[in-house]
Ligand binder design. Structure first.
Ligand SMILES: [Zn+2]
Length: 427
């Protein structure tokens, strides 16, 4: 057990884990005293030699839905599509998402994330009135309960109906502001797309809120929400931070349209988060047909254009994604495979920043997602010693150290939620 004063002797540490834009890995000794990293020096050999096991910073999961999590047993997605998911969630939310229900599922999700080594989470909260009052109150309670373990941020999520209703939009923005949250929303193909983005950006500016949107989560090439968002930011002079999630449509549009959107988004300073596991579940799904277009956005091109890029969990065991457990290693591993982040090999490790320091810095978290002298000893020690060893197993035997103490990495038991699942609970 790692606890108190100890040294992780002769461990492999990616340079990206130290906050550098760099694909290299080197052996180090990491010394810890009373929860703080006191030294990161050249590797030595001797007692407690860990033989090159990889040490990673704790994760920053910048795009999740803690309010929806784990409803799958009582509300499945009927056909596995995005529309099916939207309707299923709407029907489950109506009347069922009372404070106790949301709180218990949220706490369950946070215990999963904690067990896997996540230190910071941003969650979207379905905020169509009156749900915004219920869910933001639960969120505030949960943020206090988890303070010092998982740092939490919340984004108000809603559809174009709220974007077009100034009174509703202002009410939701005010609630998000009171909770220290962000303004969000989801938009894809929509006739008044540009006007909706202008309304959103102006409202965020008026309330002093940062933005985090679901944009273009579709395979319909007529969607341009990301470009319209970027144009709205540039035209209004909005100075808050902006993140856009999904951006699936870029995988089906022509080269000129894609180049224009990425250029505009880069100039507007927009950060993008890709949710590859959710995308391959929902995108291009049709009965009896094998999917061809997998929907995970052009993250390599965005990174090359100088944009901040991240990967994250998105949904867990709800109609938008039937699986998932808020496990940063699973997200990184699947993102690498789906988005081909593993070549060129000498820069593969740099993508670790996409689920650690890059989203942490963009989100303004106290958790930096880096290993640094003087910083908290929040880290993950794996049995893997190399990239291929890390990517080839789920790393369920990882050691998680939080504030210098090795924690119990047993995830919570699903049976705890059975009484919330009604007829959907296993017999
Ligand atoms: Zn989402």
């Amino acid at each position: 057990m790692f606890n108190g004063i100890f040294t992780l002797r002769n461990v492999s540490v990616p340079a990206s884990a130290l906050g550098r834009v760099d694909g290299s890995v080197a052996r180090h000794d990491i010394s810890v005293t009373d929860g703080i990293i006191t030294a990161i020096g050249p590797a030595t050999t001797g007692a407690g030699d860990l033989g090159g096991r990889l040490v990673l910073p704790c994760f920053t999961d910048i795009h999740t839905h803690l309010d929806k999590g784990h409803i799958w047993p009582r509300k499945e997605n009927p056909d596995g599509t995005w529309t099916g998911a939207l309707q299923a969630v709407l029907s489950d939310r109506t009347g069922r998402w009372v404070a106790d229900d949301v709180a218990r599922r949220m706490d369950f999700s946070l215990r999963c994330a904690w067990a896997h080594g996540t230190a910071a989470i941003r969650t979207h909260l379905d905020s169509n009135p009156p749900q915004h009052d219920i869910s933001f109150a639960v969120f505030e309670e949960m943020r206090a309960r988890w303070a010092g373990r998982i740092e939490l941020q919340a984004v108000a999520l809603f559809g174009p109906d709220v974007m077009q209703d100034r009174a509703a939009l202002n009410a939701v923005a005010a609630r998000a502001k009171a909770a220290g949250g962000l303004l969000g929303g989801s938009l894809a193909v929509f006739e008044q797309s540009k006007q909706a983005m202008l309304a959103l950006v102006e409202t965020a500016g008026n309330h002093g809120l940062d933005l985090d949107l679901h944009t273009d989560e579709t395979g319909d090439p007529g969607a341009h929400a990301l470009r319209h968002l970027a144009e709205a930011v540039l035209e209004t002079g909005y100075t808050g931070r902006v993140m856009a999630g999904h951006c699936c449509v870029l995988t089906v549009q022509d080269g000129e349209t894609v180049a224009r959107t990425i250029d505009t988004a880069a100039r507007a300073g927009i950060a993008v988060v890709s949710l590859p596991m959710c995308n391959i579940y929902l995108q291009d799904r049709a009965p009896g047909r094998t999917p061809i277009r997998r929907g995970a956005t052009l993250l390599q091109e965005m990174k090359a254009a100088g944009m901040t890029v991240a990967v994250a969990s998105d949904n867990t065991r709800d109609p938008f994604y039937a699986y998932g457990d808020l496990d940063g290693i699973e997200v990184l591993r699947e993102s690498v495979r789906i988005l081909h982040l593993d070549h060129p090999q000498d820069m593969a490790w740099d993508w670790l920043r996409a689920i650690t320091s890059a989203p942490a810095a963009h989100g303004g978290f106290a958790h930096t997602g880096t290993l640094r002298v003087g910083g908290p000893a929040d880290m993950i020690v794996t049995r893997a010693r190399s990239w291929t060893e890390l990517m080839s197993r789920p790393q369920t035997d990882r050691v998680v150290i939080r504030a210098g103490q090795q924690i119990d990495t047993t995830p919570p038991d699903y049976a705890e939620l059975d009484d919330l699942m009604g007829a959907g609970a296993p017999e």
